[in-house]
Design a protein around this ligand. Structure first.
Ligand code: FMN
Length: 174
């Protein structure tokens, strides 16, 4: 049996999602595409690792994934999200529900990861918006994150994604 061909596709603007996607590509040897500029032929692949930043309570990849679901729905799909919110925080589930219809939510394996925010690198209006939203947060941790920035991007966070990918490759080789 031919080995299963996987691919990594990501959508993120400020580097955290891209960094995770690059580490996953380095570890697995899978090809990598940036959905903000590339248009790979999805029919060439048997499984998908999708990376999505979260901005203002929504997954950045939501329009792309909904539009391309017909081509992905019968194949294994892992979605890793990259957010400021911690993986175990209930807000993340709300973001997930706000971004995808139930069919997609039930079919994908979702792994939430934490990203980074360097306020100096943002355009002034976003910096201002985040500071304003941050100031009005009741949650102390969220307030600090939005007003001061943060960096939770660490290579060891991709472990569960790598395990999933190896399982897909192992299934095909068996
Ligand atoms: C404009 C903006 C809005 C954001 N909104 C949220 C949010 O609603 N919830 C959250 O958990 N993180 C939020 N974040 C944090 C991002 O998810 C985090 O910075 C992540 O690393 C973004 O991915 P990227 O580095 O690939 O752009 C926001 C970041 C920016 C710049």
């Amino acid at each position: 049996m031919n080995p299963s061909k996987g691919v990594i596709l990501y959508h993120g603007k400020y580097g955290g999602t891209c960094q995770y996607a690059q580490w996953i590509a380095e570890t697995t040897g899978l090809p990598l595409f940036d959905l903000r500029k590339d248009k790979p032929d999805l029919r060439n692949y048997d499984f998908f690792i999708l990376g999505s930043a979260i901005y203002i309570g929504r997954f950045a990849i939501r329009h792309w994934l909904t539009a391309n679901w017909k081509l992905l729905h019968d194949k294994p799909v892992l979605l890793f999200s990259v957010s400021g919110t911690a993986p175990d925080h209930p807000d993340l589930k709300t973001y997930f529900e706000q971004s995808f219809e139930p069919t997609i939510r039930q079919a994908v394996d979702w792994i939430p990861l934490r990203g980074r925010l360097n306020l100096q690198k943002l355009p002034w209006f976003l910096r201002l918006m985040l500071k304003w939203v941050g100031k009005h947060q009741e949650d102390e941790e969220a307030r600090q994150r939005m007003t001061e920035g943060f960096d939770f991007v660490e290579r060891q966070n991709i472990e569960a994604v790598i395990e999933w990918a190896e399982e897909q490759m192992g299934v095909a080789a068996a």
